[in-house]
Design a protein around this ligand. Structure first.
Ligand code: AMP
Ligand code: ZN
Length: 113
């Protein structure tokens, strides 16, 4: 399967890793939009939010708990942060492997573009 995030998981493409366990990989975004901008992905390929099911839904909770943990370690638990998931064309999803952007250490604006 030609998925760049699966290739990052397999180590075929280098990444700046922030955290890794059996199920989750966290790495810095190549094109950061904030002083802290990393991506959190399930190692198992899930195409998008549209493919979250009863069978694979637990990974989403694990990802959010890991984000909370990292926010404490990286010092933005109190100041705040933004978690973003882009889905399909209107959401401007460019990589079709489920991922959550985490942006922190600057004041975000609303509404998003
Ligand atoms: P999205 O537009 O939500 O699909 O986000 C894809 C994100 O992946 C973008 O923010 C890209 O900058 C980022 N990205 C693409 N390729 C890489 C890579 N090889 N390493 C790290 N981040 C990447
Ligand atoms: Zn993939």
């Amino acid at each position: 399967m030609d998925c760049i995030f699966c290739k990052i998981v397999k180590g075929e493409i280098p990444s700046s890793k922030v955290y890794e366990d059996d199920e989750i990989l966290v790495f810095n975004d190549l094109n950061p939009q904030a002083p802290i901008h990393f991506l959190v992905i399930p190692k198992k390929h899930i195409e998008s939010c549209n493919y979250i099911t009863e069978e694979n839904k637990d990974i989403v909770g694990k990802i959010f708990l890991k984000i909370k943990e990292l926010s404490k370690e990286m010092g933005f638990f109190e100041s705040g942060y933004r978690i973003i998931n882009n889905c399909n064309e209107d959401g401007q999803q460019t990589v079709k492997h489920l991922h959550f952007h985490v942006l922190a250490k600057r004041k975000m604006t609303w509404p998003p573009g």
